[in-house]
Structure formats: structure tokens, C-alpha cells
Design a protein around this ligand. Structure first.
Ligand SMILES: C[S@@+](CC[C@H](N)C(=O)[O-])C[C@H]1O[C@@H](n2cnc3c(N)ncnc32)[C@H](O)[C@@H]1O
Length: 216
């Protein structure tokens, strides 16, 4: 499916913002997994065997993959920002370029994890992301992600914690759950928590790829 030009612009803008402000982003990003984030991440792996194939999109600092690996799992780290990828490789980690909207995912996945990544997508891009995730996940596979909470769907709120302004989308929980349902994902677990460094509220979701009739 081809992206509309405006959708592509949004992806390019977001990537450019992280490329421009990568050092400030890393300097202001928490280095530990604690509190509500830890609870959500632990829930993501509940019942998931340690030999599961896990893909992380938008790894950023790599903090979350490190946490999963501290529990005995292996994670494929990916991002679109070369500074982040090179930094992770410099730490001896396997990190690849993967645009979570434009690129195919590796197949046969058991878990896809995306912390604070789809919050940068508008609906058409989120829809493409969900289609790629659905195609890549094994039946019953887990999609775990976080995004920003809003009282109504708001595609272009801005945040300027960094020198480069980033655009975010905000979702009411009910609309997000319906959107996932329309894309064949069943929400297994959902919480709303405060942001680590901002007043934003985050929705943390663990969803399961619905099985097709022939897979049941
Ligand atoms: C707010 S940061 C979150 C980083 C990390 N997941 C965390 O929670 O610390 C958003 C991340 O998404 C990445 N990103 C932005 N657009 C992306 C895209 N189209 N595909 C994959 N990753 C993307 C950014 O480079 C950045 O690493």
C-alpha cells in the first residue's frame, strides 16, 4: 500500500527531529525501567517463553531491550535514527534500520514492542503499522505499545522538550481499543500512567493478534 505524501512527510519530520536532537533526547531519557513502565513490560512477557522472537521498533536508547534481555530474553533492536543505531552497535548490540510504517517486519515474531513510537503516527500510518505487525506476528502473538492519552483523537499535538519540535497523536482509550479491534488485535491489558518527564498521560497496551478462523 502506498503512503499519501502527507503521511510520508510526517514520518520524515519525526525522524528529522530525532536526528537533529539525538544527544539531547538521550541526555534527558530515563535509564531505568521502573514503576508503571516496568509493570507494563512485565505484563508484556507474561507467559512468553524465553526463546520467543521479539522485535523492538524505535529502540532509541535501548533501555527497554536491555531490560527484557536482563530477564533472559533476546531482542532484535531497530530504529530509523542512525545515531541511535550506531550507538547501540557501539555497545555491541545488534541493531538494524527499520521504519515501522514503510518497511516489512521480519516474520515469525512472537512479540512486537514499541514504547512511545506509534504516538508519532497519525491514523493512516498507525493503520499501516498494525497491518505490518499483524502480518509478522504468529497467531496469538503479542503487540505491546504505548501512546499518548487524549480526550479526543488529536493527530498533531506538539512537544518541544527537545530543540527540535516533535509531533504526537493523542488517543482516547475507547477509540484506541476500537481501532485495534478493526485491525484484528484484541486488547488483553491496558493502563494509563503518568509520563516520566512530562505531564502527559500514557496509554500502555498489551494486545494479541487475533487468530483467523483457519488458525483456530
Ligand atoms: C520517544 S522515542 C522512544 C524511544 C524508546 N522506545 C524509549 O521508550 O525510550 C521514539 C522513537 O521512535 C523512533 N521512530 C520514529 N519514527 C519511527 C518510525 N517511522 N519507525 C520506527 N521508529 C521510529 C525514534 O527514532 C525514537 O527512537
Amino acid at each position: 500500500m502506498r503512503l499519501l505524501a502527507s503521511s510520508g512527510d510526517r514520518l520524515d519530520e519525526v525522524r528529522a527531529a530525532y536526528e537533529a536532537s539525538h544527544a539531547e533526547y538521550l541526555a534527558t531519557t530515563p535509564v531505568e525501567v521502573t514503576g508503571a513502565m516496568k509493570e507494563w513490560m512485565d505484563c508484556t512477557l507474561r507467559g512468553v517463553p524465553v526463546n520467543a522472537r521479539i522485535l523492538e521498533v524505535g529502540s532509541g536508547s535501548g533501555r527497554d531491550a536491555d531490560y527484557f534481555e536482563s530477564l533472559g530474553y533476546r531482542v532484535q533492536r531497530t530504529d530509523v535514527v542512525h545515531h541511535f543505531i550506531e550507538r547501540l552497535r557501539g555497545q555491541g548490540k545488534d541493531a538494524e534500520y527499520l521504519d515501522a510504517v514503510r518497511d516489512d517486519f521480519p516474520d515469525d515474531l512472537d512479540v512486537i514492542f514499541a514504547n512511545a513510537v506509534v504516538c508519532h503516527f497519525e491514523k493512516p500510518q498507525f493503520s499501516l503499522f498494525l497491518a505490518r505487525a499483524r502480518a509478522a506476528l504468529n497467531p496469538g502473538g503479542v503487540l505491546s505499545f504505548s501512546t499518548k492519552l487524549g480526550t479526543e483523537y488529536e493527530p498533531t499535538s506538539r512537544q518541544s522538550r527537545l530543540p527540535a519540535t516533535r509531533k504526537f497523536s493523542r488517543w482516547p482509550t475507547e477509540e484506541l481499543v476500537r481501532f485495534l479491534d478493526d485491525h484484528d488485535f484484541d486488547v488483553e491489558w491496558l493502563t494509563v500512567s503518568g509520563g516520566i518527564r512530562s505531564t502527559s498521560q500514557w496509554i500502555n497496551v498489551v494486545a494479541m493478534r487475533r487468530r483467523a478462523i483457519y488458525e483456530i
